[in-house]
Design a protein around this ligand. Structure first.
Ligand code: HEC
Ligand code: HEC
Ligand code: HEC
Ligand code: HEC
Length: 236
């Protein structure tokens, strides 16, 4: 291979790295996800995750706050030691900020579990349209490459296991005030909790647009008992 050719290839590789990082996946809020996935969005709206910001308002969850030695009369909605785990994408690109608190990032929403959606959501639209037209399927791997999370556990841990002595390797301040030391009921059990549809959202039957690995370990179980929901939109 000539030196010139090597240089061209190296420059192309460098450009790919730079442009790749410039378009890194970022948080966008649940508006778009919800307009296509109406059934999940409605069901999610009933969960404690959806209402997580309310718990930071004064006069709410008084007993729970006293138990954790917090002040039930205090407004914690702008407190940097609290907000991060009660919203989407705190400290991350496109995520919730105190200066510009988008209502679509308030509460623990879609992207907190499924991953920041700026890149993969467009793939859902395209693949959905292709499937509707000709039953052509698309690989889950391309979604994973664009930042969609199919394992979930690490995302949950970042909020639920973030306290001293939890054994989770990512532990760093600010910690959750609600851990098993306060009450055993705050012990996080991923395999049990992730099956709690009242805490995630109800599951609805998919058409099977996406195939292959990485598939969530309980995907087939959830689909076997899933409800028939509203049609998933392919336009946003
Ligand atoms: C961004 C932080 C965050 C992430 C990510 C997160 N949670 Fe939560 N979770 C919370 C908060 C905060 C609450 C409490 C909401 C409230 O009551 O204000 C909660 C509540 C819950 C509850 C309800 C507990 C109860 O008392 O009924 C369950 C179950 C749960 N989460 C499971 C999960 C699972 C499983 C995952 C991952 C798939 C997950 N959570 C991801 C922050 C998070
Ligand atoms: C590291 C993440 C994290 C931080 C920081 C955090 N929380 Fe939470 N918070 C959670 C999780 C996770 C839960 C759900 C616990 C469960 O039910 O198992 C929760 C639940 C709650 C609840 C509901 C408890 C109940 O029993 O209903 C209140 C109230 C609350 N948090 C207030 C606060 C306040 C106030 C702060 C700041 C002083 C704060 N949180 C900081 C993660 C966090
Ligand atoms: C607390 C975590 C959590 C939140 C928040 C969450 N999901 Fe999910 N979602 C899951 C889990 C776990 C699955 C099961 C994944 C599987 O079966 O492959 C799932 C599955 C899905 C599916 C596949 C079909 C189904 O119903 O199982 C869609 C679509 C979906 N979620 C959309 C959304 C949308 C839209 C939002 C926001 C309005 C959202 N999710 C919020 C955890 C969450
Ligand atoms: C333009 C519409 C559209 C948007 C926007 C969109 N999706 Fe989807 N999504 C789809 C379609 C279509 C499918 C394939 C559904 C099927 O196979 O039945 C899908 C599939 C999924 C699945 C199932 C993947 C699997 O394992 O098979 C999840 C989870 C999901 N979407 C979550 C989200 C989240 C979270 C967002 C926002 C960040 C989002 N979607 C944005 C249309 C959309």
């Amino acid at each position: 291979m000539s030196h010139r050719m090597t240089f061209v290839l190296a420059a192309a590789a460098l450009f790919a790295v730079i442009s790749g990082s410039a378009t890194a996946q970022s948080f966008e809020g649940r508006k778009k996800c919800s307009s296509c996935h109406k059934s999940q969005a409605e069901s999610w709206g009933e969960t404690a995750h959806a209402k997580a910001m309310d718990s930071l308002k004064p006069g709410t969850k008084e007993e729970a706050k006293k138990k954790a030695k917090l002040d039930p009369k205090k407004d914690y909605t702008k407190d940097k030691d609290c907000v991060g785990c009660h919203v989407d994408g705190w400290g991350k690109e496109g995520g919730y900020t105190l200066d510009d608190p988008s209502k679509f990032l308030t509460g623990v929403g879609c992207e907190s579990c499924h991953g920041p959606g700026s890149k993969y959501r467009g793939m859902h639209r395209k693949a959905g349209a292709a499937f509707e037209k000709s039953k052509k399927t698309a690989p889950r791997q391309s979604l994973a490459d664009a930042g969609q999370d199919f394992a979930f556990e690490e995302s949950c841990n970042a909020c639920h296991m973030n306290y001293e002595g939890s054994g989770w390797k990512g532990v760093k301040k600010p910690y959750t005030p609600y851990h098993p030391g306060v009450d055993k009921k705050y012990t996080f059990n991923f395999d049990k909790y992730v099956k709690d549809a009242k805490a995630m959202h109800e599951h609805y039957k998919l058409d099977g647009t996406f195939t292959g690995d990485p598939k969530f370990k309980y995907h087939d179980d959830f689909q076997a008992t899933a409800k028939v929901g509203k049609k998933t939109e392919v336009e946003d």
